[in-house]
Design a binder for this molecule. Sequence first.
Ligand SMILES: *Cc1c(COP(=O)(O)O)cnc(C)c1O
Length: 427
Amino acid sequence: MSEYKINTKCVQGGYTPKNGQPRQIPIIQSTTFKYNTSEDMGKLFDLEASGYFYTRLQNPTNDMVAAKICDMEGGTAAMLTSSGQAANFYAIFNIANCGDHVVASSTIYGGTYNLFHVTMRKMGVEFTFVEPDCTDEELAAAFRPNTKAVFGETIANPALTVLDIERFAKAAHAHGVPLIIDNTFATPVNCRPIEWGCDIVTHSTTKYMDGHGAGVGGCIVDSGKFDWMAHKEKFPGLCTPDDSYHGITYAEKFGLGGAFITKCTAQLMRDFGSIQSPQNAFLLNLGLESLHVRMLRHCENALAVAKFLAGHEKISFVTYPGLEGDKYYGLAQKYMPNGTCGVVSFGFKGGRSAAETFMKHLKLAAVETHVADARTCCLHPASATHRQMNDGELAAAGITPDLVRFSCGIEDQEDLVADIAQALDQI
Ligand SMILES: *Cc1c(COP(=O)(O)O)cnc(C)c1O
């Protein structure tokens, strides 16, 4: 599929049925797989042969869908996880363990911030958060001898900052570590971070990829470009023998293209088991088949909403990287010339209470802890997803108490603008 354009990959990537096989991806709803001999199975446990033995680690349905996303992102290997949280945790923990350090953008998704700043810190992994617009000097100063990765989001949720992927990739590589990018909001339809030097891409497939609010899921894609062996001393997990698999060395046995995902599956999926159910993988694939069509509409609607809000007297600011004049318009044009995402953030001259009144009066847009759905939804982060943050942390994450995150669905543009207009009238 790699010779085809992204729109074709969305529809047909990952699975090509042979003569007489099902047209649609089969749901392999089976925990286990049968073998003729113990020797056959033994080869799988030694990672000598590839195949399935237990769905806690791998399942054929998942792998077909992961192969599609891999193809869309331009990677060499991919795996599905049970959630976006699991994807980001695995992507980091696969290379950064107790005593290690990671540089991350400060404007990342609240759930990821919590995972890094609270939970992974308890596991002994330290994070330094840098603003996505920090200077090159500030970025370089964040690295330590034990830094193992750099992490950011293409378009941050909900701050809508755009990461200068090339600049962050350059800094990561200068320090001998990979750049990991959560590409959830842009999706590979609008941006393929690997083309800009990113090494590992993660997704919450719960968002645009699924697109219908049907299943929580995640994905990790490896570009196959990061040379682990060239930085052997930093990545012992990939570059020295794994005792739990008879001493194989992932970077040697599976090479650039396969080492990261094989280790992540063989160790982390084996031990933590955050696997996506095959049923959810099937639903995810249905979403992927129309992702390229939906993204167009999401972006068109968001631009119309952003333009309307930008001219409204009760609105204090509008943030949408696709809107001319936005702080990130230039970067968005560079990395996402065909569109950014469907999410628009804005604030009210009337502050937090105006935001609360607005939320109360929406009719078409539903109040939900969700974004990137075919149906328009809306959230007030300061009273929901980010409520555990103090004002200083909120500010660092690019969120003010009056900020509303409006996720434009694929409904009619005029209906969306009318709903917003009538809710604004109530303030
Ligand atoms: C939602 C989201 C996540 C977390 O994904 P879940 O599927 O909810 O676990 C991670 N990153 C970003 C950018 C998100 O929007």
